[in-house]
Design a protein around this ligand. Structure first.
Ligand code: DGT
Ligand code: CA
Ligand code: CA
Ligand code: ZN
Length: 568
């Protein structure tokens, strides 16, 4: 479906108009179209074909023509024209948190700032400070936004990379003779952000595979194209590298291109110590090839166990593989439920019944309803009365939908004094209490760490949600002292969440590993606001694997009885 892609163009056109200080009605009209497209549950192409498209509120004849132009040609002429009317660098500025189109327009018109570079040069200048709506505070926010943007610049969220890889994989699988398409690189290692997607393919003729790859729909630019490898750019900034390898060398190539570079460097040194040579074609003694067909065989010939890709970061996995002490990592099959979900009761889009059915379909035994608490007004947090009404509906769903248990929970705000957003007698009646910070992100380290620790000292709190609060590429973590939080979690028996949302991944792999070493349990929660997001549990499972976690460290691997006794 091209719905989101097209929505993005209309959104971008609205941004351009707003930067140009155009009439607000025009700006809003474009935004309305973008939203309508985002919210469509069916393919826009079908609606264009049947003519129903103009029946959608906000979409008129002109818009419909633009959409069908895009479907036919891959671009919208008027949008391409609009882009030429403003300096190129301005659209990039919009990716920075704290900068909207109005501000960007102001910076451009008043100070002739046309790029990130120019903005950085003049950020603290007096002229900039004097602009309407500016001020020390706002400048600081923009500066933090720039820092976050630059640290994540050019890297994709893993959710983006996964769907991109799926799309390319589907194209490559259509190529005659192709028997295998595999992800390599950071995507196969499930790193939290992905620089470029690396794919390997085998079977069929290399020329045909390369040709199919470079001419796929969605390719904006072919960055390189050779006889066995090619790189393309999709959309604005998504790069995919493809290598065609022979079936006999699949294992060696997969190992080489999975990396990480640090892991590979150690392996090659290890090979040399044994008078062997390791490269992307195989493991050799002199001219004699010892192995290359499968990864397992190559690792075995190096005298070590096969290393799960998530561990290949040179963080101790090589020693463990040599000594036979690699952990038994948690797997998707171990997971019996999702421990962080929102519904229509707060700011989610799915009903409790829909959540229950989706959870059962995933093969879960339980799922938690953890809607927002009363202080989080912008997310329609539940008053005590509504929380009680919700409990009745959960009872009803549990009676009607067999084979899945909906747990009563909350994602309660940790208030500024460290107390939890409901009184004890309310918390006590819930099956699971997640406590999270949603305010006061800028507090000092002592203050915010203290808040989290007081929440953990409340005996009803079972899990701390998204413990560091970072949003990848958008917001830095709070200044929380994770060592102290983990120590307190171990002492109070509070679990820490691995929030599975691709923009959060919070805790991350490194923190999760440290927490487990300290005896803290981890809880996987997708934080889904719609059942269509529940797949993200795989991001959590693979993050846990990157953190060397075994099933024993993870709450979601417990049966419901064991979960209850762990939480009590
Ligand atoms: P990324 O794309 O920044 O998220 O990270 P990777 O790990 O996917 O890095 P990438 O795409 O540059 O290369 C993919 C893999 O290929 C990498 O993990 C290991 C291997 N590789 C690439 N260049 C080198 C190199 O110069 N030396 C070694 N040993 N391996 C390399
Ligand atoms: Ca890569
Ligand atoms: Ca690459
Ligand atoms: Zn939250």
């Amino acid at each position: 479906m091209k719905n989101r892609e097209i929505a993005h163009l209309f959104e971008s056109q609205a941004d351009i108009l707003e930067i140009q200080d155009a009439n607000q009605f025009r700006v809003n009209a474009y935004r309305r179209v973008a939203r309508a497209l985002e919210e469509l549950t069916v393919d826009v192409a079908g609606l264009v074909e049947s003519g129903e498209i103009t029946g959608i509120p906000g979409i008129g004849k002109g818009t419909a023509a633009a959409i069908s132009e895009y479907l036919e040609t891959g671009m919208i002429g008027s949008y391409e024209q609009a882009k030429t009317e403003i300096p190129k660098g301005l659209l990039e500025l919009l990716a920075i948190s704290g900068l909207g189109p109005k501000t960007v327009g102001l910076l451009w018109r008043e100070l002739n700032i046309r790029s990130l570079k120019e903005l950085k040069q003049r950020l603290h200048g007096e002229k900039l400070l004097a602009l309407p709506g500016m001020g020390e505070k706002k400048v600081e926010r923009i500066q933090a936004g720039i820092r976050a943007y630059e640290s994540g610049a050019g890297r994709m969220l893993i959710g983006t990379a996964l769907s991109l890889a799926e799309m390319v994989r589907a194209e490559l699988q259509k190529v005659p003779g192709v028997t295998e398409v595999g992800a390599a690189g950071s995507l196969r290692r499930w790193k939290e952000t992905i620089g470029d997607v690396d794919l390997l393919v085998t079977g069929g003729s290399p020329e045909t595979a390369i040709e199919a790859f470079t001419s796929m729909p969605g390719v904006r630019e072919v960055l390189a194209s050779g006889s066995t490898k090619a790189s393309v750019r999709i959309e604005e900034a998504l790069q995919v590298d493809l290598r065609v390898v022979s079936k006999n060398e699949w294992g060696a190539a997969l190992m080489y291109f999975t990396g990480s570079k640090e892991h590979n460097v150690r392996l090659r040194a290890l090979a040399r110590e044994r008078d062997l040579k390791l490269n992307e074609y195989g493991l050799f003694r002199g001219d004699k090839k010892l192995s290359s067909r499968t990864e397992r065989a190559v690792y075995r010939k190096l005298g070590m166990a096969w290393v799960p890709p998530e561990l290949r970061e040179d963080r101790g996995e090589i020693e463990a593989a040599l000594n036979g002490t690699l952990p038994r990592l948690v797997e998707m099959e171990d997971i019996r439920g999702d421990l962080h979900m929102h519904s229509v009761w707060s700011d989610g889009g799915s009903t409790i019944e829909e959540v229950a059915r989706a959870a059962r379909e995933r093969g879960y035994e339980y799922v938690i309803m953890s809607d927002h608490s009363r202080s989080l007004k912008i997310a329609n947090g539940l008053s005590i009365e509504r929380l009680e009404q919700q409990a009745l509906e959960i009872d009803d769903v549990n009676r009607r939908v067999r084979g899945i248990r909906v747990l009563k929970g909350t994602e309660a705000d940790i208030l500024s004094d460290g107390s939890v957003d409901y009184p004890d007698e309310v918390l006590e009646r819930l099956d699971v209490v997640i406590a999270s910070i949603h305010s006061g992100f800028q507090q000092s380290s002592d203050r915010i760490t203290g808040r989290i620790i007081s929440a953990m000292e409340n005996p009803h709190v079972d899990i701390i949600g998204h413990p560091t609060g970072r949003l990848i590429g958008r917001r830095e973590a709070y200044r929380v002292d994770m060592e102290r939080v983990m120590k307190a979690a171990a002492e109070t028996g509070t679990a820490l969440e691995i929030n599975c949302h691709d923009e959060r991944i919070d805790l991350n792999d490194v923190h999760a590993r440290r927490a487990a070493e300290m005896g803290v349990k981890l809880s996987l929660g997708t934080d889904s606001h719609d059942v269509s997001q529940m797949w993200a549990i795989t991001i959590g499972v693979h993050t846990a694997r990157r953190g060397w976690l075994s099933p024993e460290s993870i709450l979601n691997t417990l049966t419901i009885e064991a979960l209850f006794s762990a939480l009590s």
